[in-house]
Design a protein around this ligand. Structure first.
Ligand code: CAA
Length: 695
């Protein structure tokens, strides 16, 4: 064995040289890795080996460029390009042996091997778009040469990790080898390549798939049109598309590469990629809890109980069934239970009818969810999640019962979205086992899980729920007990301001447009119409006290009744409503308010800055561990555009002095509800940012 450098070694298996890379955690292409690969391939070519296999140790093949190095200066080490050139021009066959994930720069390196073999569980993809980038190491030029233009467009703009069997069908992988037998399989493939005199395939020289797309600009036009909604606001998808266009239309590979480099540099220098890279690490940081170390033991979760078969309970149950964990749902009334289980089944069947699940998967998942009318069905579960309606007395009664019947060590969670979890925990003799698990609706779709730590919650309970969140495909963020926790507490500020602005002269559709253009999927009024204006509205008590009351009294209850703040046509397209405008104006006249012109800039600042100010209060009260956790909540739970990082990151970018000055201006004009958070004042005085803040 020859040690090339601390992360690469070269060994021999008969005629085949095996270059092994071991750079935890994910074998990212750091300077040391590039150096090791370059010198390793050089040494292999200089030896009498007849082929060379590149294989990685640890959890994965190369998972991409080292994102932590982005923005740094030149390192003097071999570049990715140097590594790729030495591979592609190697005089002996180069075989990439892939397990785990070959992503971004990792796949781009593999695309310079002459052949690729993979185990069935491996996944391959170019996910740079998620970092606001494009595959800048020739990926945009090589991928369409193998998989064709349409598949390359889809893969690069979605960033999807393609499973190895599919990659083999696409031609991206040449052979699937047995799970657990990657090294042997790759060496056998190499020996076969040598014995059969297989050609040294250079993907960059393979133009046949591109020729097929030449003279067909409609492929790109149709793709742009079909995805316009999905790409709205993002710059990277369009740059990815342009690179593939360049691959098709350039006279040479080098010309396409030049366009790739130009567009890559542009994205890398832009604000969106900076925000998306920040967000990538923010999401991973959220898993780190200062007083709950990574090695905290976790409690086994083999079976889950859910109380309440409503929309929330059913959606939560689906998460566990999707992860293969049995769930029992407990309801008081048989009709409610039957209806709830029916909704879950219908959800699965709808997914299946769109091709998202096989009939067998539907059967397995629905089979994992059982119903019961008896609380005693929860006696053997490891985790209970209570998802009944928001009444403290009912929740306390349920938790007292759970205390009596659940086995010792079971985790008792509540899905409350604003109630005091310490008070709920006080109904038990085991408050250390009580925690909040705040799912977002629809619970089987939304990625966010606010994990709410109460005063007495045990560390291993926190560790278990955070880890389990990942297992069920959620992004867990640890927050503290306060009204509305992190997300809803901040949202309330935005909602209040939107309502107030409407009564100062801004129409609902103006407010919605500003927030939509900022990047939210929809504004607050469109959202209310979607959810139903009558949520929490009681006809008997309604006295035309708010615009919403008046709308509901007129049976304008939102999309479901064909009208709410907006008017809707048969296809549910929203139109600004003269009726609503009239109601608002009458309402203002009644209360003596004088309409004034409200600018778009004011709408944005009035709705966003108070929300940021609330985030600052949350931070100083220690209800979130760090500013980036708040950003993770907003991106995953509230549609904050990831290309703007999150509210706290956004505030840091526009400058905290600007946010503070505006809040002071609002306070002077409109009162103390705009009083700046003392943390905001302090950070500005110290010339610091939210990112600098540490509890
Ligand atoms: N660079 C640097 N660090 C990375 C990294 C990368 N490309 N990918 C992952 N890491 C780090 C993570 O920050 C994390 O560090 P901590 O443990 O200190 O938090 C650690 O590796 C493990 O990552 P995960 O917690 O995400 O582990 P996982 O097993 O859930 O997922 C993964 C592994 C699928 C590889 C996931 O980390 C991932 O998607 N990584 C990013 C892949 C990517 O986007 N690659 C493209 C990079 S850009 C590029 O390559 C540009 C180019 O073309 C030149």
């Amino acid at each position: 064995m020859t040690e090339i450098n601390p992360v690469t070694t070269l060994t021999r298996e008969g005629d085949v040289a095996v270059l092994t890379l071991n750079s935890p955690p994910v074998n990212a292409l750091s300077a040391q890795v590039r150096e090791g690969l370059f010198n390793g391939f050089k040494a292999a070519a200089a030896s009498d080996a007849k082929a060379v296999v590149l294989i990685c140790e640890g959890r994965t093949f190369i998972a991409g460029a080292d994102i932590t190095e982005f923005g740094g200066g030149p390192t003097g080490a071999a570049s990715v390009d140097d590594v790729q050139k030495i591979m592609e021009s190697s005089p002996i066959p180069v075989i990439a042996a892939i397990h785990g994930t070959a992503l971004g720069g990792g796949l781009e390196v593999a695309l310079c091997a002459h052949y690729r073999v993979a185990v069935p569980s491996a996944r391959l993809g170019l996910p740079e778009v998620a970092l606001g980038l494009l595959p800048g190491a020739g990926g945009t030029q090589r991928l369409p040469r193998i998989v064709g233009v349409e598949t390359a467009l889809e893969m690069m703009t979605s960033g999807r990790h393609v499973p190895a069997p599919e990659a083999a069908r696409l031609g991206l992988v040449d052979e699937i080898v047995e799970e657990g037998g990657l090294r042997e399989g790759a060496v056998a493939f190499a020996n076969k390549a040598v014995a059969e005199g297989k050609p040294l395939v250079k993907v960059s020289a393979n133009n046949a798939r591109l020729e097929a797309a030449k003279g067909h600009p409609e492929i790109f036009a149709a793709f742009r049109k079909a995805n316009a909604r999905k790409f709205r606001g993002f710059v990277a998808p369009e740059s990815n598309i342009r690179c593939i266009e360049a691959a098709v239309n350039s006279a040479t590979f080098a010309e396409g590469m030049a366009e790739e480099h130009r567009l890559f540099r542009e994205l890398m220098a832009g604000p969106q990629s900076a925000a998306q890279r920040y967000y990538f690490f923010a999401e991973r940081q959220a898993n780190k809890i200062p007083d709950v170390p990574a090695d905290t033991p976790v409690r086994p979760i083999r079976k889950v109980g859910i109380i309440g078969a409503g929309t929330m309970g059913g959606g939560i149950a689906m998460n566990f069934a999707n992860a293969g964990i049995p769930v029992v749902i407990v309801e008081v009334q048989e009709v409610a239970l039957t209806r709830g289980l029916g909704v879950v089944r219908a959800n699965y069947e709808r997914t299946a009818s769109r091709g998202g699940l096989t009939a067998e998967q539907v059967a397995t998942r629905t089979g994992l969810i059982t119903g019961s009318l008896e609380m005693s069905a929860l006696a053997d579960v490891d985790l209970v999640i209570e998802a009944v309606f928001e009444r403290m007395d009912i929740k306390k009664e349920i938790f007292a019962k759970l205390d009596g019947l659940c086995r010792p060590g079971a985790i008792l969670a509540t899905n409350t979205s604003y109630l005091d979890i310490d008070e709920i925990a006080s109904a038990t003799k085991r408050p250390q086992d009580v925690i909040g698990m705040h799912f977002f609706s629809p619970a089987n779709v939304m990625k966010l899980l606010e994990v709410v730590r109460a005063d007495a919650t045990a560390k291993d309970v926190i560790a278990t729920v955070m880890k389990f969140a990942k297992q069920i495909g959620k992004i867990g963020v640890l927050v503290g007990v306060c009204n509305g926790f992190v997300g809803n507490r901040m949202l309330k500020q935005r909602q209040n301001e939107a309502q107030k602005l409407m009564l100062e002269g801004a129409m609902p559709w103006d407010i919605d447009r500003v927030l939509f253009d900022f990047g939210f999927p929809m504004g607050p009024f469109a959202m209310s119409d979607l959810a139903g204006l009558d949520v929490g509205w009681v006809k008997e008590n309604s006295k035309s006290a708010t615009v919403r009351d008046v709308l509901c009294e007129m049976d304008r209850r939102g999309q479901k009744t064909g009208a709410g703040f907006y008017d809707y046509d048969a296809e549910r397209n929203a139109k600004p409503s003269p009726v609503t405008e009239g109601i608002i104006k009458d309402f203002m006249a009644r209360t003596g308010a004088k309409p004034r012109a409200v600018s778009d800039a004011e709408i944005l600042e009035r709705t966003i800055f108070p929300l940021i100010n609330e985030g600052a209060k949350i931070l100083e009260e220690g209800k979130a561990i760090r500013a980036s956790d708040i950003d993770v909540v907003w991106v995953n739970g509230y549609g904050w555009p990831v290309y703007r990082g999150g509210p706290m990151y956004y505030a840091d970018q526009i400058g905290l002095p600007k946010v503070l000055a505006k809040m002071q201006e609002f306070q002077a004009a409109m009162g103390d509800e705009f009083k700046p958070a003392s943390l905001l004042e302090r950070l500005v005085a110290e010339g610091k940012t939210f990112a600098d803040f540490k509890v």
